[in-house]
Design a protein around this ligand. Structure first.
Ligand code: GAF
Length: 382
């Protein structure tokens, strides 16, 4: 893929580009906790997005998407988001650089990737790769952490999704064979060696992406913010749900209305699960780790209500199968993949059984993706 992107660039723009790469991510556990300043436990994967870029001495930016086989041009001094368009991520990041005072000139850019399913953060990978590429091209002094924050803000302002920091952070800071225990209050992480012994991390792509995903995401975030406001009467210092102790759930239930309590409960208990799961993985206690994945799924499905029939089916079916230590929906929800920890000897049987039962239930063929935890974003030496 890297070579294809570089060749397309040379063919279209007849110059030698700077190349950057940023990976997609998985998340072991900790969903919908990042925007409440909680803990998450993601990792970068091998697959990602490559960006080729060079200055063009023009006042405009000429973009080409290798995946869509489409071009898009915008004026570097005057641009605005175009609903649902792939160019929003580039314009969003450019706008963040400009707002931070960096002087950009026109450039040409080609991008494409090999991220195999939805829910693996291709948009964050793209934004991080663009941030890395711009920094290298214009020789700016910008930290990876700033690029992560620009990528997040670009998604808020140009794609209308009020996401947390997890996806760009994992894409930027991933480390081979390690998961990142990321504290989304301090935006700092610990690396935890991810040794799954004779088990493999397998994603099952449900092949569905329900259309309400983005609006429901923002609604969930608002519900959490509303809960914090109400909880402030008893917890005046609380800034986010991160500040509510898990032992206080009964008290929380008395304060919050019935539509908000389950959502708050999910976030508060999920943060605790991340804490326990990271310790379990560190101690190589895969049974405890796997049970926490299952609890996480239940909570996301029943309390936070971001699962869907297909994801529930895949997770629940997996729990019944021998050789499966844990299974849960992964990411924002309403489609995408489940994350499964499956004994290597049982992988083929697992795929056979899941494929046939999912096909009979939904007339869809699931896709199986084995993932390896990998390094984060980088500039590719020419
Ligand atoms: C999406 C968001 F982009 C993340 O910030 C995170 O909230 C995740 O959903 C759910 O954990 O990937």
């Amino acid at each position: 893929m890297k070579n294809t992107i570089a060749q397309t660039f040379k063919k279209l723009f007849n110059s030698e580009p700077v190349l950057a790469f940023a990976p997609g991510r998985i998340n072991l556990i900790g969903e919908h906790t990042d925007y409440q300043e909680g803990l998450v436990f993601p990792a970068a994967i091998e697959q990602g997005i490559w960006v080729a870029i060079q200055k063009n001495d023009l006042p405009s930016c000429r973009l080409y998407s290798e995946d869509y086989k489409e071009e898009f041009v915008f004026d570097i001094n005057s641009f605005s988001p175009k609903k649902g368009h792939w160019a929003n991520y580039t314009m969003g990041v450019v706008s963040q650089f400009r707002q931070a005072g960096y002087k950009l000139e026109g450039f040409d850019l080609v991008f494409g990737g090999n991220i195999p399913a939805s829910g693996l953060s291709s948009s964050a990978a793209l934004s991080v790769a663009i941030g890395m590429a711009l920094t290298e091209l214009f020789k700016f002094t910008i930290t990876k952490k700033s690029i992560v924050l620009y990528a997040q803000k670009a998604e808020h302002l140009f794609a209308d999704v009020k996401c947390g920091i997890m996806d760009p952070y994992a894409s930027a800071f991933g480390v081979k064979n390690r998961a990142l225990l990321l504290d989304c209050r301090t935006n700092t992480h610990f690396e935890v060696e991810a040794d799954f012994g004779d088990h493999s991390l397998l994603l099952v792509n449900s092949k569905v992406k329900h259309s309400l995903a983005d609006s429901a995401y923002n609604e969930r975030r608002e519900a959490c913010e509303e809960s914090v406001k109400l909880l402030k009467t008893s917890y005046p210092d609380a800034i986010t749900l991160r500040d509510i102790p898990v032992k206080d759930l009964e008290k929380v239930q008395q304060i919050l209305p019935t539509n908000l309590y389950p959502k708050a409960k999910h976030v508060i208990t999920e943060i605790e699960r991340v804490n326990l799961a990271s310790k379990a993985l560190h101690a190589s206690d895969l049974i405890v780790f796997g049970n926490l994945l299952k609890e996480s799924h239940r909570s996301l499905s029943q309390d936070f209500e971001v699962s869907c029939e297909e994801l529930d089916f895949l997770a629940e079916k997996s729990w019944e199968l021998p050789g499966v230590i844990g299974s849960r929906m992964m990411g924002g929800g309403f489609g995408g993949c489940t994350l499964n920890l499956v004994k290597i000897d049982f992988l083929e049987e697992f795929k056979k059984q899941i494929k046939s039962s999912y096909q009979s239930a939904f007339a869809l063929e699931p896709e199986f993706i084995e993932v390896a935890l990998s390094d984060g974003a980088s500039i590719i030496p020419s």
